[in-house]
Ligand binder design. Structure first.
Ligand code: DGY
Length: 332
């Protein structure tokens, strides 16, 4: 398994900043790879830029970097959410973009349920209590204010990941409602055509929607008010989908009861005001972060780049690239 896959893959791939280790290994197995330590093209001497035909990136690549690579053909984004890549801009320059759907769906859904349970049943605090010897010294951990029993969960974004979360919630015996741009014909969960309507109707609001302009700060002070003083907010999608200062205010003044967050507006920074609150559970964006799942994501990035250089259809082009006719390389 150490030889290059095919001589037709004789292309230089630029790894644009921090990237999964197994993913780099897989790219190196198939391609000539040039790595940048930071997301900064200044690290790549001008004279080397023309050799780059593909980029692999986990997170953000600025349009200026796309524009500065004259022979760039394809960007493989490590992650399903590709809000860090301006795919429309890339398409306007004839550059295809791919992402990594499906291979992480179940992992992210599993983590969502874990975060939900941590937030509702205080599992992190209870564990800290046991570790500190307080069970023996002070008696049982206090009964939790909240339970999942009898609750209705609203999902914002019933795509692949939202559906996988819903399936798990069904198995937990919970009622499910959702808000999407449009109603799905393949589920019988209650549909709300506004996010506010969904927030009003449920006990727990879970964001599983993509980031980007269409969802920017969609969860604002009004939505949090609609969720109400016993409401619980879970975000596994993107930090940009929430007005973070409004969320901090809502948690502080009891507008909502609790939040469980895997994503933040300015990762890896978590606002000190948020960390100071006792009614929030924070995770460091780990929803898909198991070695197996991240390896599968890295392999899918590499598979996309291999397909591109073999002139085959891309396994997972993003919709903007498909719409621009960039779902396979044009062989001249
Ligand atoms: C994704 O793939 O978008 C996830 O946020 C990465 O964990």
């Amino acid at each position: 398994m150490s030889a290059r896959v095919s001589p037709s893959n004789d292309a230089t791939v630029l790894v644009f900043g921090p990237y999964n280790g197994d993913g780099v290994t897989e790219l190196e197995r198939r391609f000539t790879v040039r790595k940048l330590r930071e997301r900064d093209l200044a690290e790549l001497p001008e004279g080397e830029r023309a050799s780059i035909r593909a980029v692999a990136v986990a997170g953000h690549i600025p349009n200026a970097a796309i524009d500065a690579l004259p022979n760039l053909e394809v960007i493989g984004h490590f992650g399903v959410g590709y809000d860090g890549v301006d795919a429309a801009h890339a398409a306007s320059r004839g550059v295809a973009v791919t992402n990594t759907p499906d291979v992480l769906t179940d992992e992210v859904a599993d983590t969502t349920l874990g975060l939900l349970l941590m937030t509702v049943r205080e599992l992190g605090q209870a564990e800290a209590y046991a570790r500190a010897g307080r069970w023996q010294a002070e008696g049982p951990y206090p009964l939790t204010r909240f339970s999942l029993r009898g609750k209705t969960v609203g999902i914002m974004g019933l795509g692949r990941i939202g559906l996988a979360i819903a399936k798990r919630l069904e198995a937990f015996g919970l009622a499910i409602a959702y808000h999407n741009r449009s109603r799905r014909s393949d589920v019988s969960y209650a549909y709300h055509d506004t996010l506010e309507g969904l927030a009003k109707a449920v006990d727990i609001l879970v964001v599983a929607a993509p980031g980007g302009a269409s969802t920017d700060k969609a969860v604002n002070a009004g939505i949090l008010r609609a969720l109400g003083p016993d409401g619980i907010f879970i975000n596994i999608g993107r930090g940009s989908t929430v007005d973070e200062p409004a969320l901090i205010d809502a948690l502080r003044d009891g507008t909502i009861a609790r939040a469980g967050l895997d994503v933040f507006a300015d990762e890896p920074r978590i606002p000190a005001d948020l960390l100071a609150l006792p009614n929030v559970v924070v995770l460091p964006h780990v929803a898909s972060a198991s070695r197996d799942t991240r390896r599968a994501m890295g392999n899918l990035v590499a598979d996309n780049l291999s397909a591109w250089f073999a002139g085959e259809p891309l396994p997972t082009p993003v919709p903007e690239s498909e719409a621009a006719g960039l779902s396979r390389a044009k062989v001249s």
